[in-house]
Ligand binder design. Structure first.
Ligand code: ADP
Ligand code: MG
Length: 707
C-alpha cells in the first residue's frame, strides 16, 4: 500500500485557503450559503445524486423517465415559433436516431448557440418531455465528452447554489470541484461522536466515511447507509439536547401544586355547563389536572381542530387554578378574539363569584385601566383576558398560577418567557393551537412540551361541504349565497391580503365589496380589514355577530378563532394564494352550528400542480391532522407557521422532518435510553458525545428558548 502523505484537514481552516476558492469566492460562499470553513464545506451535502454511469440510446427513451444521459453530436440548429413560443432546436444524434434538444428565451438561445457546436461529441443530460406526441429534451445540461471523466463519476453530486452565485459564475459544478479538492487533497478524519456501542448496535457506518460518501459514494448502497447514519446523528443530537434540557428543568423548576378540584369547578360542571363535555374534552382536562397537581410545572400543548371546544377546556382548567387560590390569564392573538373570549367567559360564568377582566390595546386611559391593574395586584381579579397587552410591565399579578395561550402560532417564545417572569414560581402554561402540528414536528420543536389532543368534535356537527369554483362561475356562487341567506344564515367572503401586493389586494377587496353590494342590494354587508382602526373593526364585527349584517367581506383577520355559529358559508376568493393550513383555519369559521355548512374555494383557471393538490385535499377531507401532514409534505417544515417563532434554530443539513418521522422517533427513544443510562452525564464512553452536544449547542441550538 502507498503511504498516505496527504495532510490531515484542519476543519476550522478558512475556505480562502482551499485551492480554487480565493478571497472573492470565499466571500460569496459565506454571504450566500454561510460557508466559512473547510468543515462547513464538508457538511454542505448535495441534495441529490445523479447516476452518471449509464448512457442511454435515443430509442430507449420514454416520456416518464427521470434524467437520462445521451452521447452524440449536434447535427444542426433551427429556430421556430413566435413570441413566447420562440425556441431554439438542436437536432442531436447518437449515431442511430435523432432527437430534438429545445431551449426557450433569448438569453438561453444566444448562450447555447455560442457554447455548443456541431461536430463535437457531447454528453447531454436532461429529462425527457412529450411535445406534440414526440419526445424532446428541454433545456439539457451539455458537456464536452472529452472533458467529462464518466468512469470516475458514477454518482454525481448536485449542490444547491443561489442566483447570485450563479451570476457570479458559481454553480453546482463549482461546488463539486471544491468538495472534490477538499476530499482529494486532504485526509479527512472526523472524531466519532456517537458511543461505540450505539454505532455497533444500530449498524451505523463510521462518521468519517459517512460524510465522505455523502458527497462521493461509489455505490447506491454506500450512499444510502451514509445518509442514514448522518440523518440519525442529526436527529439524535437534537433530541438529546431537548430531552436533557427538559429533564433538568423538571428537576429544578417547581410548579404550583393545585391539589384539589373545588367549589368553582364543581359548581360550573354541575350547574353552568350548557352541554355534555365530549370524551376528549374530559380526558384532556384530566391530563391537565394531573400535571398541575404533580408539583412540576405544567407545559402543555393542547391541539384540537377548529371547533373542537378548546375554549371550554381552558375555562375549566382556569377554574381549577382559582379553586386553589391562584389567578389565571388567557392571552389571545387578536383583539377581536380576546373580546370574544371575554364575552364567552362572562356569559358562562354569570352568577358565579369570579371576577373576569379584559385588557387589550382598546382598553385605554388610566380611568379604565387602573382599577384592573389594582385588582390584579391585590388579587381581586381572578381571570384576566387580553392580547399581548397582558405582558406589559405595568401588569402585575398577586399570584398568577396558570397562563393559557390561545392560537399559539401568533406568539413568539420571547413573549412567553416574559410571562414566566411575572412570578417567582413560574405559572403552569397551556398553549392551545388549532393548527395541528404533526407528531414528528411537535416532538422536535416542542421536545419538552407534553401534547394533549382533542380528537373529537362536539356531537351534532355536520361535516362542512367544500367545493371548488372557477372564478367565472359567479352566477352559481351568488345563487348559492342567496339560498343560504334566505334560510337566515350568514356568510363570510374572504380575500387574500399579502404584504407584497397589499395595494392590489386592498383594491380587490374594495371592488369585491362594491360589487357584492350591487348584486345584493337588499342585504346588509360588513367589511373588515387590517388597516381599519380597531374600534371600527370591532363595531363591524359586532354587527355581523349580532346578525345585523348577513355578509362579512374581510381579509384573513377572521382567520383565527372567530365564533359565529349562525354563519354557514365561507367563500374564499383567490384560494390559490392561501396555504393549506390557512384554508383549513378559514373553513373552520363555519360548521359551528347544527346547520349544513359550505366552504367555497374560488380560484382562477390556471393552477399549478401543487395548488391543484391543495384544493383537492381541502375538498376531500375535513380532518385537520391529515391536512397538516399534507401541508408538511407539500411545503416542508421550514415554512410551517410557528416554526419561525418557535425559537428553535437548529439546522437540519440532511434529515427531513416530514419524511423521516420514524427516524425522529427512534432518535428520541435512543436519546432517552442514553439519558437513563448516564443521568450524571459522566460515563467515559459517552465523553465525546457530550462534548459534541455542547459544541452544537454553542453553534446553533438555543435549548433554553424552547418552552
Ligand atoms: P375551538 O376549539 O376552535 O376554540 P370553541 O372553543 O370556540 O372551539 O368551540 C366551538 C363551539 O363549540 C362553541 O360554540 C362552543 O360553545 C361549542 N362547544 C364546545 N364544547 C362543546 C360540547 N362538549 N358540546 C357542544 N358544544 C360544544
Ligand atoms: Mg378557539
Amino acid at each position: 500500500m502507498m503511504p498516505d502523505t496527504k495532510p490531515i484537514a484542519d476543519l476550522t481552516t478558512s475556505l480562502t485557503y482551499l485551492p480554487g476558492i480565493g478571497p472573492q469566492r470565499a466571500k460569496m460562499l459565506e454571504a450566500e450559503l454561510g460557508l466559512r470553513t473547510f468543515g462547513d464545506l464538508l457538511f454542505y451535502f448535495p441534495y441529490k445524486h445523479i447516476d452518471r454511469s449509464r448512457i442511454y440510446s435515443i430509442d430507449e427513451l420514454t416520456a416518464d423517465m427521470p434524467f437520462v444521459q445521451l452521447r452524440g453530436e449536434i447535427l444542426s440548429y433551427e429556430e421556430e415559433g413566435e413570441g413566447r413560443k420562440h425556441r431554439l432546436i438542436a437536432h442531436f444524434t447518437d449515431g442511430r436516431s435523432v432527437i430534438d434538444l429545445v431551449w426557450f428565451g433569448a438569453n438561453a438561445i444566444k448562450w447555447t448557440r455560442r457554447s455548443y457546436h456541431t461536430g463535437t461529441i457531447y454528453i447531454v443530460f436532461a429529462r425527457p418531455s412529450l411535445f406534440n406526441g414526440r419526445i424532446n429534451l428541454p433545456h439539457p445540461d451539455i458537456e464536452d465528452a472529452s472533458k467529462l471523466r464518466l468512469s470516475a463519476m458514477g454518482l454525481q453530486p448536485y449542490y444547491h447554489t443561489t442566483d447570485r452565485m450563479k451570476k457570479g459564475g458559481m454553480n453546482s459544478r463549482s461546488m463539486e470541484r471544491f468538495t472534490q479538492t477538499l476530499l482529494t487533497r486532504y485526509d479527512i478524519q472526523l472524531p466519532e461522536t456517537l458511543p461505540a456501542s450505539l454505532v455497533q448496535r444500530l449498524c451505523l457506518v463510521d462518521r468519517t466515511s459517512s460524510v465522505k460518501n455523502l458527497h462521493y459514494p461509489t455505490t447506491a448502497d454506500e450512499l444510502r447507509r451514509a445518509t442514514y447514519r448522518q440523518k440519525f446523528e442529526e436527529l439524535f443530537f437534537i433530541q438529546l439536547g431537548i430531552l436533557r434540557f427538559s429533564r433538568k428543568r423538571q428537576q429544578e423548576v417547581y410548579g404550583h401544586v393545585f391539589g384539589h378540584v373545588g367549589e368553582l369547578f364543581n359548581t360550573f360542571f354541575h350547574q353552568h355547563l350548557p352541554f355534555e363535555l365530549t370524551g376528549a374534552q374530559k380526558r384532556v382536562i384530566r391530563e391537565m389536572r394531573h400535571d398541575m397537581g404533580s408539583g412540576k410545572q405544567m407545559n402543555r400543548l393542547l391541539q384540537g381542530d377548529v371547533g373542537s371546544g378548546k375554549t371550554l377546556v381552558a375555562l375549566m382548567t382556569m377554574l381549577i387554578a382559582l379553586d386553589n387560590g391562584y389567578q389565571a390569564c388567557l392571552m389571545a392573538p387578536t383583539e377581536i378574539l380576546a373580546e370574544q373570549h371575554y364575552a364567552t367567559f362572562r356569559e358562562m360564568l354569570a352568577g358565579m363569584p369570579v371576577r373576569v377582566e379584559l385588557l387589550t390595546g382598546n382598553v385605554k386611559g388610566k380611568r379604565k385601566r387602573q382599577p384592573i391593574l389594582d385588582g390584579l395586584r391585590n388579587g381581586d381579579v381572578n381571570i384576566l383576558i387580553g392580547t399581548h397587552a397582558v405582558i406589559e410591565d405595568t401588569v402585575e399579578f398577586s399570584n398568577l398560577g396558570l397562563v393559557v395561550i390561545d392560537e399559539q402560532h401568533r406568539f413568539g417564545v420571547a413573549q412567553r418567557a416574559r410571562l414566566w417572569q411575572k412570578n417567582d414560581t413560574p405559572p403552569h402554561v397551556l398553549v392551545m393551537t388549532a393548527t395541528p402540528i404533526p407528531r414528528t414536528l411537535a416532538m422536535t420543536l416542542y421536545g419538552d412540551l407534553e401534547v394533549s389532543i382533542i380528537d373529537e368534535l362536539p356531537p351534532g356537527r355536520k361535516p362542512i361541504e367544500t367545493q371548488h369554483y372557477w372564478e367565472e362561475r359567479t352566477e352559481a356562487l351568488y345563487h348559492g349565497l342567496r339560498t343560504e341567506i334566505a334560510k337566515g344564515r350568514q356568510a363570510y367572503i374572504v380575500y387574500p391580503l399579502i404584504k407584497e401586493s397589499a395595494k392590489m389586494d386592498m383594491k380587490n377587496l374594495e371592488d369585491g365589496y362594491e360589487h357584492l353590494c350591487q348584486v345584493f342590494p337588499d342585504l346588509h354587508l360588513s367589511k373588515i380589514h387590517g388597516q381599519m382602526k380597531a374600534a371600527e373593526k370591532d363595531a363591524e364585527m359586532q354587527r355581523f355577530i349580532n346578525g345585523e349584517t348577513q355578509m362579512l367581506v374581510a381579509t384573513t383577520v377572521v382567520e383565527v378563532g372567530v365564533n359565529v355559529p349562525n354563519a354557514s358559508v365561507m367563500v374564499i376568493q383567490n384560494a390559490e394564494r392561501f396555504g393549506l393550513s390557512q384554508l383549513h383555519q378559514l373553513r373552520g369559521r363555519v360548521g359551528r352550528g347544527a346547520e349544513q355548512s359550505y366552504c367555497i374555494l374560488v380560484t382562477k383557471y390556471n393552477l399549478s400542480s401543487d395548488t391543484k393538490k391543495r384544493i383537492r385535499i381541502m375538498c376531500d377531507t375535513n380532518d385537520g391532522f391529515e391536512i397538516a401532514e399534507a401541508d408538511l409534505r407539500l411545503r416542508g417544515p421550514g415554512d410551517l407557521e410557528g416554526t419561525q417563532q418557535s425559537g428553535v434554530a437548529f439546522n437540519l443539513h440532511i434529515a427531513n422532518l416530514a419524511r423521516d418521522g420514524q427516524l425522529v422517533q427512534m432518535a428520541r427513544d435512543t436519546a432517552n435510553e442514553i439519558l437513563d443510562q448516564d443521568p450524571e452525564q459522566n460515563l467515559p464512553e459517552h465523553a465525546s458525545m457530550w462534548r459534541h452536544l455542547k459544541e452544537l449547542a454553542q453553534t446553533n441550538i438555543d435549548w433554553s428558548n424552547i418552552s
